[in-house]
Design a protein. Structure first.
Length: 165
């Protein structure tokens, strides 16, 4: 018998990713991506990455934080689910965005430099293009709030358009 959960290759498929924003008082943990990285070089972002085969989205979020910062998050909660239209007719991205609190000093990784940034200074940084919109929404959320539902797409000029329901 075939697996009833097998994907239908004629439908839109998604790459699963996670993004995590840890806070410590009035600071948020950010990574400045290395200059040689193919995606978002020299820009600041939350910590995150791909969901690996065989792991849950929450397990992926924890693993990515540990791998990239050396910090073990103890309390993560879901803040947003964002569908990203990549412009590929067959393949998009789904990104689960988490928030949590943590202590400790991060270590740098092969992905870039990790540091606690004062929230008031974030607007002065070279941020990944969605972070100025997404991060304030996530930081305003409290544990137990319903998640945000987002959709990102690029227009014909390559400008990111962000919508939240």
């Amino acid at each position: 018998m075939s697996n009833p959960q097998s994907p239908n290759k004629s439908r839109y498929q998604f790459i699963p990713r996670v993004l995590v924003f840890l806070t410590r008082g009035d600071e948020v943990l950010l990574i400045k991506r290395r200059a040689d990285r193919p995606v978002f070089p020299n820009q600041y972002n939350g910590v995150g990455g791909h969901v690996e085969k065989g792991e849950s989205v929450l397990a992926a979020a924890r693993r990515e934080v540990e791998e990239e910062s050396g910090i073990t998050p103890t309390d993560l909660w879901l803040c947003a689910v964002v569908v990203i239209d990549t412009g590929d007719a067959d393949l998009g991205i789904v990104m689960w965005v988490f928030r949590g609190e943590a202590e400790g000093e991060p270590r740098h990784s092969s992905e870039g430099e990790i540091s606690w940034m004062p929230v008031g200074r974030i607007g002065q940084l070279d941020l990944v293009e969605d972070i100025p919109t997404l991060l304030p929404k996530v930081l305003a959320m409290k544990k137990g709030d319903a998640p945000l539902w987002g959709f990102y797409e690029y227009d014909d000029a390559g400008i990111l358009k962000i919508k939240f329901d």
